[in-house]
Design a binder for this molecule. Structure first.
Ligand SMILES: C[S@@+](CC[C@H](N)C(=O)[O-])C[C@H]1O[C@@H](n2cnc3c(N)ncnc32)[C@H](O)[C@@H]1O
Length: 233
């Protein structure tokens, strides 16, 4: 899919995106974002870029966890950002997070601009993953870290027996009912099944320049947290 088609798809479901996410993941998505933030271990004064920020939940978690960070959220979809703005205002965090429309494949920032770059459930949507990872590496400052959460296929055979029918048949139906549009949840299913395995993602992080790289399975491997560091020169 082209970036404008992706943006349109998310704009279409923006107002029901959070609800569908919480229902389909049995609320585990909230815990996954918290784990991402804990793993990043943000410190006061650090600058964070949250890519594919969508309705802003990762940026919000960082803002709550660390009161003195500079936070920027970037997304292609103006509608998703509108929802993020409303949530930030309700939480009185609107002064803490700057939201901008932009493409994760062409970041409008200089090299070495952020100590932390995060991306939750965004990497799967990029038509050129290698370029997306190189962009993250470029804007990270030396000593900085990238944290990426993405859906994955469980490694355990037993878990796959339960999860794959759920992903293939239940997710499009329930996602369609909650959001009012089934196509984005068929896309979700297909893009999860088509996403490379953990070893491949680690290799791609390494190729982009990250050292060290690693991952941790979340909720029996339904999602995976990846990380990569940018070495001090
Ligand atoms: C599945 S949502 C994830 C939102 C949020 N990070 C979360 O944790 O719920 C994916 C988001 O990525 C955005 N997106 C997709 N391709 C993008 C790109 N090339 N550049 C920036 N944002 C993009 C979409 O607009 C959408 O808001």
């Amino acid at each position: 899919m082209r970036p404008d088609e992706i943006a349109q798809m998310f704009s279409q479901i923006a107002h029901r995106y959070d609800r569908a996410n919480h229902i389909l993941s049995f609320n585990r998505d909230r815990a996954w974002r918290k784990i991402l933030v804990q793993h990043a271990a943000p410190k006061p004064g650090e600058r964070l870029l949250d890519l594919c920020t969508g309705t802003g939940d990762v940026a919000i978690e960082f803002a709550k966890a660390c009161p003195e960070m500079e936070i920027v959220g970037l997304d292609l979809s103006e509608e998703m950002l509108r929802v993020a703005r409303e949530k930030l205002a309700q939480l009185s965090l609107d002064h803490r997070v700057r939201l901008i429309v932009g493409n994760a494949l062409e970041l409008p920032f200089a090299e070495n601009s952020f100590e932390i770059v995060s991306q939750a459930f965004g990497l799967r949507n990029l038509p050129d993953r290698a370029r997306g990872l190189k962009e993250i590496y470029r804007v990270l400052s030396p000593g900085g870290r990238a944290l990426i959460v993405e859906f994955s296929i469980p490694q355990s055979f037993l878990m796959r027996l339960v999860y794959l029918p759920y992903l293939r048949y239940i997710v499009p139906i329930v996602g369609g009912m909650v959001s009012g549009s089934r196509a984005p949840y068929e896309y979700l299913r297909d893009s999860i099944e088509g996403f490379p395995d953990r070893a491949q993602i680690l290799e791609e992080l390494y190729e982009a320049g990250f050292r060290p790289v690693g991952y941790r399975d979340l909720t029996l491997g339904i999602a995976t947290l990846y990380w990569g560091g940018k070495a001090n020169c």
